[in-house]
Ligand binder design. Structure first.
Ligand code: ADP
Ligand code: MG
Length: 319
C-alpha cells in the first residue's frame, strides 16, 4: 500500500532573469514501510522534491497524495493535522539549533507545537526517543554547544521522530559526518524504521549509503526521473545512473576513466521538451535523443524497473 504518491509534479522557480524548472513532471510512489532512495547530482532537484511532498513548497502543477488523501490544495491550517505525520531531517538542521538550548528544549519543541500532553508525559517521551537514538538521560540537560557533530545529528533525528511521524524525508543526513558516525546513523535509521514503522524518502548523493539502506532507488537528472531501480543489486540501465554508480562502485580510480560513460559536472540546463535531458553528456546519444524525449517506461520482465532511454539495449550489454 502506498503512503505517499507524487502525480505529475512540477516546480518552476521564476527568477529575475530566468526560470528554473527544478522538478519536471515527476510521478512515483513510496510504499508503507519502504525506504526509497533519491539520488542525483547537486542541483538536480532532490531537496525541492522532498519539500513538495511535505508541502513545505507548493508545486507549480501536479498532485501529492498522502495516506490516500489528496493534500495538494490543503490550506496551512488543514496541513497542521497532517504535518505532524510528515517530518524532514535536513543535513544542516543540527547546526541551526540554538546553541544555548538544552537537548530537552530542542526535542520538546515539536511536542509543544502539536500535542497538549502534560509536561511529565512529554518529558518521558523525550527520554524514550533519546534513548532510542542512543543518548541517555544525562543528555537532556546538556547544551547543544557541548555536543559533537554526531550527537547533534542524533538530537536532530530524535526531534524529527518524537511525534512518531508516518513519513520522514531524510535530506543528506550523513553528508557532513565522518565515516564511523555515518555508519552509526544509517544503522540507527534502519533500526528505528523497523521498531517504529516509519517510511522514509532517503535523499543523498552518497550512492553507497543509498545502496546500503534503501529498498528502491529513484535516479534524477535535472529535475527528471531517468530511472527507478526496484531492488539493490539490479543493474542500472540508464547511462546516467551507470555513470553515477560507477563513479562510486569502481574501487580503482583509473578504471573509472575507462568506463564508457561521460561523467563530468555539467551545470548548464538543456531546454526541457527538446529531447533527452541527458543528451549532452551521453556517449550513446544519436539524432533521436536530440529530437525525442524518451518516456519513463517499465521494462518487460523486470517488474518495477523503469528507464527513460532510447538505447537500453546498448547500455545493457556494454557496462
Ligand atoms: P538538490 O537538492 O538536488 O541539490 P535543489 O532542489 O536544492 O537541488 O535545487 C534544484 C534547482 O532549483 C537548483 O537549480 C536550484 O538553484 C533551484 N532552486 C531551489 N530552490 C530555489 C528557490 N527557493 N528559488 C529559486 N531557485 C531554487
Ligand atoms: Mg539538496
Amino acid at each position: 500500500m502506498n503512503l505517499i504518491e507524487a502525480v505529475n509534479l512540477s516546480k518552476v522557480y521564476e527568477k529575475k532573469d530566468n526560470t528554473v524548472t527544478a522538478i519536471n513532471d515527476v510521478s512515483f510512489e513510496i510504499k508503507k514501510g519502504e525506504i526509497l532512495g533519491l539520488v542525483g547530482e547537486s542541483g538536480c532537484g532532490k531537496s525541492t522534491l522532498g519539500k513538495l511532498l511535505l508541502k513545505l513548497e507548493n508545486a507549480t502543477s501536479g498532485r501529492v497524495i498522502f495516506d490516500g488523501e489528496d493534500i495538494t490544495d490543503f490550506s496551512f491550517e488543514k496541513m497542521r493535522t497532517i504535518r505532524r505525520n510528515m517530518q524532514m531531517i535536513f543535513q544542516n538542521s543540527p547546526n541551526a539549533f540554538n546553541p544555548y538550548f538544552t537537548v530537552k528544549q530542542i526535542v520538546m519543541e515539536p511536542l509543544n507545537s502539536y500535542t497538549k500532553g502534560e509536561y511529565d508525559k512529554k518529558e518521558k517521551e523525550i527520554e524514550e526517543i533519546l534513548s532510542k537514538v542512543g543518548l541517555n538521560k544525562s543528555y537532556m540537560s546538556r547544551h547543544v554547544s557541548e555536543l559533537s557533530g554526531g550527537q547533534r545529528q542524533r538530537v536532530g533525528i530524535a526531534r524529527a521522530l518524537v511525534l512518531k511521524p508516518k513519513f520522514v524525508v531524510c535530506d543528506e543526513v550523513v553528508s557532513s559526518v565522518d565515516y564511523a558516525v555515518r555508519n552509526q546513523i544509517l544503522n540507527l535509521l534502519t533500526e528505528l524504521k523497523e521498531q517504529m514503522g516509519f517510511t522514509y524518502l532517503f535523499i543523498s548523493h552518497d550512492i553507497s549509503a543509498v545502496n546500503r539502506i534503501c529498498d528502491r532507488i529513484v535516479v534524477m537528472y535535472l529535475g527528471n526521473i531517468v530511472e527507478i531501480i526496484p531492488k539493490i543489486g539490479n543493474k542500472a540501465l540508464h547511462p546516467y545512473s551507470q555513470a553515477l554508480f560507477a563513479a562510486v562502485l569502481v574501487p580503482n580510480p583509473r578504471d573509472r576513466q575507462k568506463r564508457k560513460v561521460l561523467y563530468e559536472e555539467y551545470e548548464e540546463r538543456v531546454a526541457f521538451g527538446s529531447g533527452c535531458v541527458f543528451q549532452n553528456r551521453c556517449l550513446y546519444a544519436e539524432e533521436t535523443c536530440v529530437k525525442n524525449k524518451p518516456e519513463l517506461v517499465s521494462l518487460e520482465g523486470r517488474s518495477g524497473h523503469f528507464v527513460a532511454c532510447h538505447f537500453i539495449n546498448k547500455t545493457n550489454t556494454s557496462c
